[in-house]
Design a protein around this ligand. Structure first.
Ligand code: FEO
Length: 167
């Protein structure tokens, strides 16, 4: 049975995953309106779906353990970006914030001696390492490319395999 404090903390994470999903959905739609960025747009649509999956996984866990997973109210995400680089910088910043939040949950689970939740959270710890890696790698690529058009063309082409092994 989940303690109330743990259930509340997990519900906050539900809201954060939902906000992440909305934030990336906004990035996807923004990129979708720009010429030649269908790869970037698809990448963010996919990220948005993944965040929704992270949210659902948490909700299932909360309910299965006797808590009540609450559907959160969400603020409107940022809708436009000054550049591709600024969108990807925000993506990385957001992922770092999510990692910090997961770390806080792990800490709370140990403090409350909730080892089932601690075990469940390991999946998120691993997932965040991968998400951070991808976000950093994409930011580094954009840094190298700068304003180079052919570089951006290749970036947009290659981003669809960004999460695959060896990338
Ligand atoms: Fe579910 Fe990318 O944090």
């Amino acid at each position: 049975m989940l303690k109330q404090e743990m259930a509340d903390a997990l519900n906050k994470q539900v809201a954060l995953e939902a906000e992440s999903s909305q934030a990336y959905l906004a990035m996807a739609s923004w990129a979708d309106t720009l010429p030649g960025l269908s790869g970037v747009s698809n990448f963010f649509f996919r990220q948005s779906e993944e965040e929704r999956m992270h949210m659902l996984k948490l909700m299932k866990f909360i309910n299965e353990r006797g808590g009540y997973a609450q559907v959160p109210a969400l603020p409107q995400p940022q809708l436009t970006f000054t550049s591709l680089k600024s969108a990807f910088e925000l993506f990385l910043k957001h992922e770092l914030m999510v990692s910090e939040s997961i770390n806080d949950l792990v800490e709370a689970s140990l403090r409350l001696k909730d080892y089932a939740t601690h075990n469940f959270l390991q999946w998120y710890v691993t997932e965040q390492m991968e998400e951070e890696r991808i976000a950093r790698m994409l930011n580094e690529k954009l840094e190298l490319i700068g304003e180079d058009k052919s570089g951006l063309y290749l970036f947009d082409r290659d981003i669809m395999t960004a999460g695959e092994p060896g990338q």
